[in-house]
Design a protein around this ligand. Structure first.
Ligand code: DC
Length: 226
């Protein structure tokens, strides 16, 4: 029998969805508006991916990756993400790192190694957690579960803009191809595949501004909180 976790009354809003659906862009202002903590779970997968490059661990060696993850010293502080004492905030946003993150995320051992670190973010007064499996696996008892979608073209254009702003070079055709590949891998993997939780509310952000998406989520939260 699976051990049950004790009931935690700390509210959690989960925001899941495919790459570049706007999760991070929307999660940050939702957390700021409510004064909640923020978990960017993709950043943890990206940190693990970057570490695998740094320490030469094969992307298919699940056990070695899990051991590596257990040994990593990770800190998130005021917009700065550190890996073993070095600021890697920009480096983890590179497409190469995102693609490696998606590749190592298929291993159940890797996902398992990251569970405790993710759940540790649940602290008062509340948490907004964004990722792929926040509502299905990590916080199945979340107060509100949102699944963001947007067309692949809109997502590629957003990713292009983000990368240019961060000083990376980017090509739309390559981005579209990478997004489609990453969607297919994230959706079809056996472990915690990308899908909405049965009790999630779906929000298509293709035609929405960030403010509109944030407002909708805050409204849904106000409805379930009373
Ligand atoms: O959200 P992102 O692009 O930063 O995530 C990078 C990759 O990490 C993504 O392609 C799949 C993986 N990931 C995951 O499997 N589960 C999560 N909760 C978050 C990210």
């Amino acid at each position: 029998m699976k051990p049950t976790r004790p009931f935690d009354p700390t509210p959690v809003i989960t925001i899941d969805g495919p790459t570049a659906s706007g999760k991070g862009t929307v999660a940050a202002p939702v957390a700021a508006t409510l004064g909640f903590h923020l978990l960017d779970s993709g950043a943890l997968y990206r940190l693990a991916a970057l570490a695998s490059f740094r320490y030469n661990v094969d992307k298919d060696d699940a056990q070695a990756l899990a051991t590596l993850i257990d040994s990593l010293h990770i800190t998130f502080r005021e917009g700065c993400t550190q890996l073993d004492g070095l600021d890697v905030s920009t480096e983890i946003r590179a497409e190469e790192v995102g693609n490696r993150a998606s590749a190592i995320a298929v291993h159940p051992d890797v996902r398992h190694a990251l569970i405790v670190r993710q759940r540790a973010f649940r602290k008062r007064p509340g948490l907004v957690a964004d990722g792929r499996d926040m509502g299905t696996v990590i916080f199945p008892d979340a107060t509100l579960k949102v699944f963001l979608t947007a067309s692949v073209e809109v997502r590629a254009a957003r990713r292009h803009k983000q990368l240019m702003q961060k000083g990376f070079s980017a090509n739309m055709d390559n981005l579209l191809r990478d997004l489609r590949e990453r969607d297919a891998r994230d959706t079809s993997r056996a472990a915690a595949s990308l899908k909405p939780a049965a009790d999630a509310k779906t929000l298509d952000t293709s035609g929405l501004s960030v403010d509109q998406a944030v407002e909708q989520i805050i409204f849904w939260f106000s409805e379930v909180r009373v």
